[in-house]
Design a binder for this molecule. Sequence first.
Ligand SMILES: [Zn+2]
Length: 446
Amino acid sequence: MTEILIRDAQLALTMDDQARELAGCDIRLRDGVIAEIGQGLRSSGQVILASNCLVTPGLVNTHHHLYQTLTRAVPGGQDALLFGWLQTLYPIWAGFGPEEMFTSAQIGLAELMLSGCTMSSDHLYLYPNGSRLEDTIHAAGELGIRFHPTRGAMSIGESDGGLPPDSLVEREQAILEDCIRVIDAFHDSREGAMVRVGVAPCSPFSVSRELMRDAALLARDKGVMMHTHLAENDEDIAYSLEKFGCRPGQYAEDLGWVGDDVWHAHCVKLDGQEIDLFARTKTGVAHCPCSNCRLGSGIAPVRQMRDQGVKIGYGVDGSASNDSGNLAAEARQAMLMQRVANGADAMSAREALYIGTRGGAEVLGRDDCGQVAVGKRADLALWDMSVIEAAGSWDPAALLLAGPMKVKHLLVEGRHVVKDGQITTIDLEKAIVKQNQLAHSLREKI
Ligand SMILES: [Zn+2]
Protein backbone atom coordinates (compact mmCIF):
# COMPACT_ATOMS: atom_id res chain seq x y z
CA MET A 1 0.00 0.00 0.00
CA THR A 2 1.38 3.42 -0.93
CA GLU A 3 -0.03 6.50 0.70
CA ILE A 4 0.56 10.25 0.44
CA LEU A 5 -1.26 12.94 2.40
CA ILE A 6 -1.62 16.41 0.92
CA ARG A 7 -2.03 18.57 4.01
CA ASP A 8 -3.87 21.86 4.41
CA ALA A 9 -4.28 22.87 0.78
CA GLN A 10 -4.89 26.61 0.49
CA LEU A 11 -7.66 25.81 -1.96
CA ALA A 12 -8.68 22.73 -3.93
CA LEU A 13 -10.68 23.13 -7.14
CA THR A 14 -12.51 19.83 -7.32
CA MET A 15 -14.12 20.15 -10.79
CA ASP A 16 -16.86 17.91 -9.43
CA ASP A 17 -20.51 18.27 -10.46
CA GLN A 18 -21.07 20.95 -7.81
CA ALA A 19 -17.84 22.75 -8.81
CA ARG A 20 -16.85 22.75 -5.14
CA GLU A 21 -13.86 24.81 -4.03
CA LEU A 22 -12.49 23.54 -0.72
CA ALA A 23 -10.30 25.77 1.47
CA GLY A 24 -7.86 24.28 3.98
CA CYS A 25 -8.51 20.66 3.10
CA ASP A 26 -6.41 17.50 3.36
CA ILE A 27 -6.40 14.91 0.58
CA ARG A 28 -5.34 11.32 1.16
CA LEU A 29 -4.04 9.34 -1.83
CA ARG A 30 -3.87 5.59 -1.46
CA ASP A 31 -2.93 2.96 -4.06
CA GLY A 32 -3.36 5.36 -6.96
CA VAL A 33 -6.78 6.65 -5.91
CA ILE A 34 -8.08 9.65 -3.96
CA ALA A 35 -9.11 7.85 -0.77
CA GLU A 36 -10.29 10.64 1.52
CA ILE A 37 -10.84 14.41 1.53
CA GLY A 38 -11.34 16.22 4.83
CA GLN A 39 -9.70 18.25 7.54
CA GLY A 40 -7.28 17.17 10.25
CA LEU A 41 -6.49 13.83 8.57
CA ARG A 42 -3.64 11.88 10.19
CA SER A 43 -0.80 10.17 8.40
CA SER A 44 2.19 8.04 9.25
CA GLY A 45 3.47 8.15 5.67
CA GLN A 46 4.63 10.85 3.25
CA VAL A 47 3.09 14.29 3.74
CA ILE A 48 3.09 17.16 1.24
CA LEU A 49 2.49 20.51 2.91
CA ALA A 50 0.20 22.51 0.65
CA SER A 51 -0.77 25.58 2.67
CA ASN A 52 0.52 27.86 -0.11
CA CYS A 53 -0.81 25.69 -2.91
CA LEU A 54 -3.79 25.61 -5.18
CA VAL A 55 -4.71 21.97 -5.87
CA THR A 56 -6.37 21.09 -9.16
CA PRO A 57 -6.95 17.88 -11.06
CA GLY A 58 -3.99 17.26 -13.37
CA LEU A 59 -4.29 18.90 -16.77
CA VAL A 60 -5.04 16.66 -19.73
CA ASN A 61 -3.45 17.13 -23.13
CA THR A 62 -5.67 15.80 -25.91
CA HIS A 63 -3.48 16.45 -28.96
CA HIS A 64 0.26 16.33 -29.55
CA HIS A 65 2.92 15.08 -31.94
CA LEU A 66 5.67 14.48 -29.43
CA TYR A 67 8.30 13.68 -32.04
CA GLN A 68 8.14 17.30 -33.23
CA THR A 69 9.92 18.57 -30.12
CA LEU A 70 13.03 17.80 -32.18
CA THR A 71 12.01 20.32 -34.85
CA ARG A 72 11.02 23.43 -32.95
CA ALA A 73 11.53 26.79 -34.61
CA VAL A 74 12.98 25.36 -37.83
CA PRO A 75 13.80 28.47 -39.89
CA GLY A 76 12.10 27.40 -43.15
CA GLY A 77 8.85 26.65 -41.35
CA GLN A 78 8.69 29.54 -38.93
CA ASP A 79 6.39 31.75 -40.99
CA ALA A 80 4.74 29.28 -43.38
CA LEU A 81 1.07 28.34 -43.67
CA LEU A 82 0.03 24.79 -42.80
CA PHE A 83 0.66 23.02 -46.10
CA GLY A 84 3.92 24.85 -46.80
CA TRP A 85 5.01 24.23 -43.23
CA LEU A 86 4.43 20.50 -43.63
CA GLN A 87 6.42 20.41 -46.87
CA THR A 88 9.39 22.06 -45.12
CA LEU A 89 9.37 19.58 -42.26
CA TYR A 90 8.56 16.26 -43.96
CA PRO A 91 12.11 15.76 -45.32
CA ILE A 92 13.60 16.39 -41.87
CA TRP A 93 11.21 13.97 -40.17
CA ALA A 94 12.18 11.34 -42.75
CA GLY A 95 15.56 11.18 -40.98
CA PHE A 96 14.06 10.12 -37.64
CA GLY A 97 14.46 6.67 -36.07
CA PRO A 98 13.62 4.96 -32.75
CA GLU A 99 16.11 7.02 -30.73
CA GLU A 100 14.68 10.30 -32.02
CA MET A 101 11.14 9.11 -31.23
CA PHE A 102 12.06 8.07 -27.69
CA THR A 103 14.04 11.16 -26.76
CA SER A 104 11.63 13.67 -28.28
CA ALA A 105 8.76 11.97 -26.43
CA GLN A 106 10.70 12.17 -23.17
CA ILE A 107 11.27 15.88 -23.63
CA GLY A 108 7.73 16.66 -24.78
CA LEU A 109 6.11 14.70 -21.96
CA ALA A 110 8.44 16.12 -19.29
CA GLU A 111 7.65 19.64 -20.48
CA LEU A 112 3.94 18.88 -20.22
CA MET A 113 4.32 17.42 -16.72
CA LEU A 114 6.12 20.51 -15.47
CA SER A 115 3.12 22.55 -16.67
CA GLY A 116 0.65 20.46 -14.67
CA CYS A 117 -0.22 17.71 -17.13
CA THR A 118 -0.89 14.24 -15.72
CA MET A 119 -2.34 12.61 -18.85
CA SER A 120 -1.44 13.12 -22.48
CA SER A 121 -2.43 11.67 -25.78
CA ASP A 122 -0.03 11.57 -28.71
CA HIS A 123 -0.61 11.35 -32.43
CA LEU A 124 2.34 9.60 -34.09
CA TYR A 125 1.64 9.26 -37.79
CA LEU A 126 5.03 8.52 -39.34
CA TYR A 127 7.34 5.61 -38.70
CA PRO A 128 10.61 6.09 -40.60
CA ASN A 129 13.69 3.89 -40.19
CA GLY A 130 12.22 1.30 -37.84
CA SER A 131 10.40 3.71 -35.51
CA ARG A 132 7.48 2.17 -33.62
CA LEU A 133 4.70 3.40 -31.37
CA GLU A 134 6.32 1.74 -28.37
CA ASP A 135 9.31 4.10 -28.62
CA THR A 136 6.98 6.73 -27.14
CA ILE A 137 5.17 4.33 -24.80
CA HIS A 138 8.49 3.44 -23.18
CA ALA A 139 9.32 7.13 -22.70
CA ALA A 140 5.96 7.75 -20.99
CA GLY A 141 6.39 4.66 -18.82
CA GLU A 142 9.75 5.88 -17.51
CA LEU A 143 8.37 9.33 -16.76
CA GLY A 144 5.24 8.01 -15.06
CA ILE A 145 2.66 10.05 -17.00
CA ARG A 146 -0.70 8.57 -18.00
CA PHE A 147 -0.48 8.08 -21.75
CA HIS A 148 -2.92 7.69 -24.64
CA PRO A 149 -0.74 7.12 -27.70
CA THR A 150 -2.53 6.84 -31.02
CA ARG A 151 -1.29 4.79 -33.95
CA GLY A 152 -1.39 7.41 -36.69
CA ALA A 153 -0.77 6.86 -40.37
CA MET A 154 -0.29 8.40 -43.81
CA SER A 155 -0.81 6.41 -46.99
CA ILE A 156 -1.06 8.94 -49.84
CA GLY A 157 2.41 10.07 -50.87
CA GLU A 158 3.59 12.57 -53.46
CA SER A 159 3.38 10.09 -56.34
CA ASP A 160 -0.34 9.58 -55.58
CA GLY A 161 -1.02 13.32 -55.45
CA GLY A 162 -0.58 13.60 -51.67
CA LEU A 163 1.54 15.99 -49.64
CA PRO A 164 4.11 13.80 -47.83
CA PRO A 165 7.13 12.25 -49.58
CA ASP A 166 6.65 8.61 -50.52
CA SER A 167 9.29 7.57 -47.97
CA LEU A 168 6.98 8.65 -45.11
CA VAL A 169 3.84 6.82 -46.17
CA GLU A 170 2.90 3.21 -45.52
CA ARG A 171 0.78 0.59 -47.24
CA GLU A 172 -2.75 0.58 -45.86
CA GLN A 173 -2.73 -3.13 -45.05
CA ALA A 174 0.51 -2.73 -43.08
CA ILE A 175 -1.01 0.21 -41.18
CA LEU A 176 -4.04 -1.80 -40.10
CA GLU A 177 -1.88 -4.75 -39.10
CA ASP A 178 0.34 -2.57 -36.94
CA CYS A 179 -2.73 -0.98 -35.32
CA ILE A 180 -3.84 -4.46 -34.27
CA ARG A 181 -0.33 -5.30 -33.02
CA VAL A 182 0.00 -2.23 -30.78
CA ILE A 183 -3.56 -2.46 -29.43
CA ASP A 184 -3.05 -6.11 -28.50
CA ALA A 185 0.34 -5.40 -26.94
CA PHE A 186 -0.28 -2.15 -25.04
CA HIS A 187 -3.95 -1.15 -24.72
CA ASP A 188 -5.40 -1.39 -21.22
CA SER A 189 -9.15 -0.86 -20.97
CA ARG A 190 -9.32 -1.19 -17.16
CA GLU A 191 -10.08 1.63 -14.78
CA GLY A 192 -6.89 3.42 -13.79
CA ALA A 193 -5.10 2.34 -16.98
CA MET A 194 -1.75 4.04 -17.53
CA VAL A 195 -1.75 3.30 -21.30
CA ARG A 196 -4.63 3.31 -23.75
CA VAL A 197 -3.99 3.04 -27.45
CA GLY A 198 -6.08 4.76 -30.14
CA VAL A 199 -6.32 4.56 -33.93
CA ALA A 200 -5.54 7.78 -35.79
CA PRO A 201 -5.08 8.24 -39.56
CA CYS A 202 -3.28 11.58 -39.86
CA SER A 203 -5.99 13.54 -41.67
CA PRO A 204 -8.53 13.11 -44.46
CA PHE A 205 -5.99 14.51 -46.94
CA SER A 206 -3.22 12.01 -46.16
CA VAL A 207 -5.08 8.68 -46.23
CA SER A 208 -7.74 7.15 -48.47
CA ARG A 209 -11.48 7.06 -47.81
CA GLU A 210 -11.14 3.28 -47.44
CA LEU A 211 -8.52 3.56 -44.71
CA MET A 212 -10.63 6.08 -42.78
CA ARG A 213 -13.54 3.65 -42.91
CA ASP A 214 -11.50 0.53 -42.11
CA ALA A 215 -9.71 2.27 -39.23
CA ALA A 216 -13.09 3.13 -37.68
CA LEU A 217 -14.29 -0.46 -38.08
CA LEU A 218 -11.09 -1.77 -36.53
CA ALA A 219 -11.21 0.68 -33.61
CA ARG A 220 -14.80 -0.24 -32.79
CA ASP A 221 -14.05 -3.93 -33.10
CA LYS A 222 -11.20 -3.52 -30.60
CA GLY A 223 -13.05 -1.08 -28.34
CA VAL A 224 -10.45 1.71 -28.65
CA MET A 225 -10.84 5.41 -29.44
CA MET A 226 -10.31 7.16 -32.77
CA HIS A 227 -8.59 10.46 -33.49
CA THR A 228 -7.62 12.62 -36.47
CA HIS A 229 -7.20 16.25 -37.64
CA LEU A 230 -10.35 17.93 -38.93
CA ALA A 231 -11.43 21.31 -40.32
CA GLU A 232 -8.18 22.98 -39.30
CA ASN A 233 -8.22 25.98 -41.66
CA ASP A 234 -9.72 27.40 -44.88
CA GLU A 235 -7.38 25.34 -47.09
CA ASP A 236 -8.60 22.23 -45.32
CA ILE A 237 -12.26 23.06 -46.02
CA ALA A 238 -11.52 23.92 -49.65
CA TYR A 239 -9.67 20.62 -50.07
CA SER A 240 -12.61 18.69 -48.62
CA LEU A 241 -15.15 20.42 -50.86
CA GLU A 242 -13.04 19.89 -53.95
CA LYS A 243 -11.87 16.35 -53.29
CA PHE A 244 -14.81 14.81 -51.42
CA GLY A 245 -17.63 17.11 -52.53
CA CYS A 246 -18.66 17.85 -48.96
CA ARG A 247 -17.58 19.62 -45.80
CA PRO A 248 -15.34 17.79 -43.27
CA GLY A 249 -18.21 17.11 -40.84
CA GLN A 250 -20.18 15.30 -43.53
CA TYR A 251 -17.10 13.33 -44.59
CA ALA A 252 -16.48 12.29 -40.98
CA GLU A 253 -20.08 11.26 -40.47
CA ASP A 254 -20.21 9.25 -43.73
CA LEU A 255 -17.15 7.21 -42.70
CA GLY A 256 -18.17 6.51 -39.11
CA TRP A 257 -15.96 9.19 -37.59
CA VAL A 258 -18.45 10.66 -35.12
CA GLY A 259 -19.42 9.30 -31.71
CA ASP A 260 -18.31 9.36 -28.10
CA ASP A 261 -15.30 7.21 -29.01
CA VAL A 262 -14.00 9.85 -31.47
CA TRP A 263 -12.17 13.11 -30.96
CA HIS A 264 -10.95 15.49 -33.65
CA ALA A 265 -8.08 17.97 -33.41
CA HIS A 266 -8.58 21.67 -34.23
CA CYS A 267 -12.12 22.00 -35.67
CA VAL A 268 -11.41 25.71 -36.17
CA LYS A 269 -13.73 25.91 -39.16
CA LEU A 270 -16.72 23.83 -38.04
CA ASP A 271 -19.99 25.48 -39.07
CA GLY A 272 -23.24 25.51 -37.09
CA GLN A 273 -24.49 22.24 -38.55
CA GLU A 274 -21.20 20.49 -37.80
CA ILE A 275 -21.19 21.78 -34.23
CA ASP A 276 -24.70 20.42 -33.87
CA LEU A 277 -23.56 17.06 -35.29
CA PHE A 278 -20.68 16.89 -32.78
CA ALA A 279 -22.96 17.76 -29.86
CA ARG A 280 -25.60 15.23 -30.88
CA THR A 281 -23.11 12.41 -31.36
CA LYS A 282 -20.93 13.30 -28.32
CA THR A 283 -17.90 13.66 -30.60
CA GLY A 284 -14.97 15.33 -28.82
CA VAL A 285 -12.70 18.20 -29.88
CA ALA A 286 -9.03 18.86 -29.10
CA HIS A 287 -8.73 22.64 -29.15
CA CYS A 288 -5.19 23.85 -29.89
CA PRO A 289 -5.21 27.66 -29.61
CA CYS A 290 -1.43 28.30 -29.77
CA SER A 291 -1.02 26.15 -32.87
CA ASN A 292 -4.05 27.84 -34.46
CA CYS A 293 -2.41 31.23 -33.78
CA ARG A 294 1.04 30.09 -34.84
CA LEU A 295 -0.23 28.82 -38.20
CA GLY A 296 -2.78 31.62 -38.64
CA SER A 297 -5.61 29.09 -38.87
CA GLY A 298 -8.21 31.17 -37.01
CA ILE A 299 -10.13 31.17 -33.74
CA ALA A 300 -12.09 27.97 -33.07
CA PRO A 301 -15.77 28.46 -32.13
CA VAL A 302 -15.18 27.17 -28.61
CA ARG A 303 -17.86 29.34 -26.98
CA GLN A 304 -20.45 28.10 -29.42
CA MET A 305 -19.30 24.48 -29.08
CA ARG A 306 -19.40 24.64 -25.28
CA ASP A 307 -22.85 26.23 -25.32
CA GLN A 308 -24.11 23.46 -27.59
CA GLY A 309 -22.63 20.81 -25.29
CA VAL A 310 -19.66 19.64 -27.38
CA LYS A 311 -16.93 17.90 -25.32
CA ILE A 312 -13.72 19.96 -25.51
CA GLY A 313 -10.21 19.56 -24.17
CA TYR A 314 -6.94 21.33 -25.01
CA GLY A 315 -4.01 20.17 -27.05
CA VAL A 316 -0.62 21.84 -27.25
CA ASP A 317 -0.31 20.23 -30.70
CA GLY A 318 3.08 19.30 -32.09
CA SER A 319 5.90 21.43 -30.78
CA ALA A 320 6.84 22.31 -34.33
CA SER A 321 3.56 24.24 -34.72
CA ASN A 322 3.51 25.67 -31.22
CA ASP A 323 7.22 25.58 -30.38
CA SER A 324 6.19 25.41 -26.75
CA GLY A 325 4.50 22.56 -24.91
CA ASN A 326 3.17 24.27 -21.79
CA LEU A 327 -0.41 23.12 -21.22
CA ALA A 328 -1.24 25.72 -18.56
CA ALA A 329 -0.18 28.43 -21.00
CA GLU A 330 -2.36 26.75 -23.62
CA ALA A 331 -5.37 27.02 -21.30
CA ARG A 332 -4.67 30.70 -20.72
CA GLN A 333 -4.36 31.25 -24.48
CA ALA A 334 -7.72 29.54 -25.06
CA MET A 335 -9.38 31.84 -22.54
CA LEU A 336 -7.83 34.93 -24.11
CA MET A 337 -8.77 33.96 -27.66
CA GLN A 338 -12.42 33.39 -26.79
CA ARG A 339 -12.39 36.89 -25.32
CA VAL A 340 -10.90 38.32 -28.51
CA ALA A 341 -13.68 36.68 -30.50
CA ASN A 342 -16.62 37.11 -28.13
CA GLY A 343 -15.88 39.71 -25.46
CA ALA A 344 -14.37 39.86 -22.00
CA ASP A 345 -17.13 37.82 -20.39
CA ALA A 346 -16.91 35.00 -22.96
CA MET A 347 -14.80 32.65 -20.85
CA SER A 348 -13.89 32.76 -17.18
CA ALA A 349 -10.56 31.55 -15.80
CA ARG A 350 -12.49 28.81 -13.97
CA GLU A 351 -14.19 27.55 -17.13
CA ALA A 352 -10.89 27.62 -19.02
CA LEU A 353 -9.32 25.48 -16.30
CA TYR A 354 -12.30 23.09 -16.28
CA ILE A 355 -11.79 22.47 -20.01
CA GLY A 356 -8.10 21.75 -19.35
CA THR A 357 -8.79 19.20 -16.61
CA ARG A 358 -12.15 17.43 -16.51
CA GLY A 359 -12.98 18.51 -20.06
CA GLY A 360 -9.87 16.81 -21.41
CA ALA A 361 -10.49 13.68 -19.35
CA GLU A 362 -14.01 13.45 -20.82
CA VAL A 363 -12.68 13.84 -24.36
CA LEU A 364 -10.31 10.91 -23.76
CA GLY A 365 -13.10 8.80 -22.28
CA ARG A 366 -11.63 8.87 -18.77
CA ASP A 367 -14.45 9.13 -16.23
CA ASP A 368 -11.96 7.89 -13.64
CA CYS A 369 -9.79 11.03 -13.98
CA GLY A 370 -10.20 14.81 -14.05
CA GLN A 371 -11.71 15.52 -10.61
CA VAL A 372 -10.50 15.94 -7.07
CA ALA A 373 -13.05 13.51 -5.68
CA VAL A 374 -12.97 10.36 -3.59
CA GLY A 375 -12.69 7.29 -5.79
CA LYS A 376 -11.11 9.12 -8.74
CA ARG A 377 -7.51 8.43 -9.78
CA ALA A 378 -4.92 10.37 -7.80
CA ASP A 379 -3.79 12.69 -10.63
CA LEU A 380 -3.22 16.11 -9.05
CA ALA A 381 -1.35 19.34 -9.77
CA LEU A 382 -0.18 21.58 -6.94
CA TRP A 383 0.49 25.22 -7.88
CA ASP A 384 2.61 27.37 -5.56
CA MET A 385 0.66 30.57 -4.96
CA SER A 386 3.52 32.19 -3.04
CA VAL A 387 5.50 32.85 -6.25
CA ILE A 388 5.77 36.24 -7.93
CA GLU A 389 3.19 35.50 -10.64
CA ALA A 390 0.48 35.19 -7.98
CA ALA A 391 1.69 37.90 -5.60
CA GLY A 392 -1.24 40.26 -5.03
CA SER A 393 -3.86 37.89 -6.47
CA TRP A 394 -7.22 38.06 -4.69
CA ASP A 395 -8.42 34.76 -6.09
CA PRO A 396 -6.17 31.69 -6.35
CA ALA A 397 -8.84 29.91 -8.41
CA ALA A 398 -8.19 32.46 -11.15
CA LEU A 399 -4.86 30.70 -11.77
CA LEU A 400 -5.00 31.41 -15.49
CA LEU A 401 -5.29 35.17 -14.91
CA ALA A 402 -2.58 35.42 -12.24
CA GLY A 403 -0.57 32.40 -11.22
CA PRO A 404 2.38 30.17 -12.05
CA MET A 405 2.39 28.32 -15.37
CA LYS A 406 4.55 25.56 -13.87
CA VAL A 407 3.70 23.23 -11.00
CA LYS A 408 5.40 22.79 -7.68
CA HIS A 409 4.21 19.19 -7.30
CA LEU A 410 2.58 16.70 -9.64
CA LEU A 411 1.09 13.35 -8.72
CA VAL A 412 0.08 10.73 -11.23
CA GLU A 413 -1.68 7.60 -9.99
CA GLY A 414 -0.59 8.73 -6.53
CA ARG A 415 3.08 8.83 -7.50
CA HIS A 416 5.10 11.98 -6.81
CA VAL A 417 6.51 12.58 -10.30
CA VAL A 418 7.30 16.30 -9.98
CA LYS A 419 8.66 17.44 -6.62
CA ASP A 420 9.56 21.06 -5.90
CA GLY A 421 9.41 21.79 -9.61
CA GLN A 422 11.73 18.94 -10.63
CA ILE A 423 10.96 15.72 -12.49
CA THR A 424 11.76 12.85 -10.10
CA THR A 425 11.56 9.90 -12.47
CA ILE A 426 14.28 10.52 -15.08
CA ASP A 427 17.51 12.50 -15.42
CA LEU A 428 16.00 15.42 -17.34
CA GLU A 429 19.29 17.27 -17.88
CA LYS A 430 20.73 14.22 -19.59
CA ALA A 431 17.63 13.93 -21.79
CA ILE A 432 17.94 17.60 -22.81
CA VAL A 433 21.60 17.12 -23.79
CA LYS A 434 20.62 14.05 -25.85
CA GLN A 435 17.77 15.94 -27.51
CA ASN A 436 20.07 18.79 -28.54
CA GLN A 437 22.63 16.31 -29.92
CA LEU A 438 19.93 14.64 -32.01
CA ALA A 439 18.61 17.99 -33.27
CA HIS A 440 22.17 18.96 -34.22
CA SER A 441 22.76 15.81 -36.25
CA LEU A 442 19.40 16.18 -38.02
CA ARG A 443 20.47 19.70 -38.99
CA GLU A 444 23.75 18.35 -40.37
CA LYS A 445 21.84 15.99 -42.67
CA ILE A 446 19.90 18.71 -44.54
ZN1 LIG B 1 -1.76 18.10 -34.93
